[in-house]
Design a binder for this molecule. Sequence first.
Ligand SMILES: [Zn+2]
Length: 423
Amino acid sequence: MKGATGFTVIKNGKLVDGTGNSPVERGAVVIENDRILYVGPEAGIPPVPKEAQIIDAKGGTILPGLVEAHFHATYFNVSALDELDIKYPVEYVTLLAANNAKLLLECGYTSARSGGCLFNIDVWLKKAIESDIAPGPRLAASGREICGVGGLMDWNPDFRKIGMEGLILLVNGPNEARAAVRKLVKDGVEWIKTYPTGDAAAPDTNDHHTLCMTFEEMHAVVDMAHNHGLKVTGHCRANEGIKNALRAGYDTIEHATFMDDEAIELLLIRNTPVVSALYFEQATLELGRGYGMTQQILDGHQETLDGGIESAKKIIQAGGRMGIGGDFGFAWNPHGNYARELTYFVRQVGLDPVVALKCATKTGAEIMGREKDFGTLETGKLADILVVDGDVIADIAILENRNRFVAVLQGGIIKAGQLSKPH
Ligand SMILES: [Zn+2]
């Protein structure tokens, strides 16, 4: 991805640097080429050439570009799970994914960790973004997701003979789990997404269902993935499944819905980051009936939301790491609403906005393994910066409205917002 050349000064805004430190009133950032040269009070801006570009934050907020920690570029706002597998061919899903990546960037998310994708689209989407062919976030790519035969994602009965080619690699035992990882290694992914546990969406493999994958299968995935330098995450709701994932050496835990004290203790041993995706459950409860969800399923989602909020509070209380990602890409939780997850954490989980923004920037970059490059506004880091017209600390929900963005910068280049050139 090409970066900017020359100098840019961003000033006249409240500076929130993503480290969790208190905001700096009348803060400024100076960018030289694609990196940050100076961060601090406006009064301390170093001398810059007179042709430097000036961005006026209009008394609003200057913060790091957001990191969406559970992104599904290829989930095309489906109104039922099985649409993922059967509705469109790879050609069309690829175009939809490119559109979602562009939208994410326009929403202020300059980076994203994928939570799984259809076919092998992430890897090539990432290449297109990095080659400046398509706009989008700096992407940590996943591939087809791994699930045990008969588990949550294996919903097509055998008599239909349609398999799960685009979405899931189904495995039976540790050897097949290793083979699936090797296939993904060849595909070029960075993250392996697995399904250790069930979900309220599927009554037969509900939110307390632990064994969509066995411990042996999960351990085999981690072993093979780590050998190849890949990271592993999993859809983990049930308490025992979360513990299995942590004992197997998972690099992050998605959802972490039901956690007893032992699960929290296991999480803290390696300070494994969690991405809860709570707003997804809220949106499901509000709109799910319109998509044919039964009372039983909605009750399950309510239990999931209650459990997820309780666990998120426990994790934060215990000093654990929380990334912010929303699992968007369903009709009731569509692309474009990404920042609702942040609002939810501030208003419903009770996170201080400065801490919530740290989770959505610094911790996201740590999850991606790229904290040396971005995630905070610090000298030497890439100039991935969001300039917002409005006080984001006073009202986090301003981030839901991209019309309020003065500029979304990636590597010092204005990619979206009011100052971006029409194209
Ligand atoms: Zn997901």
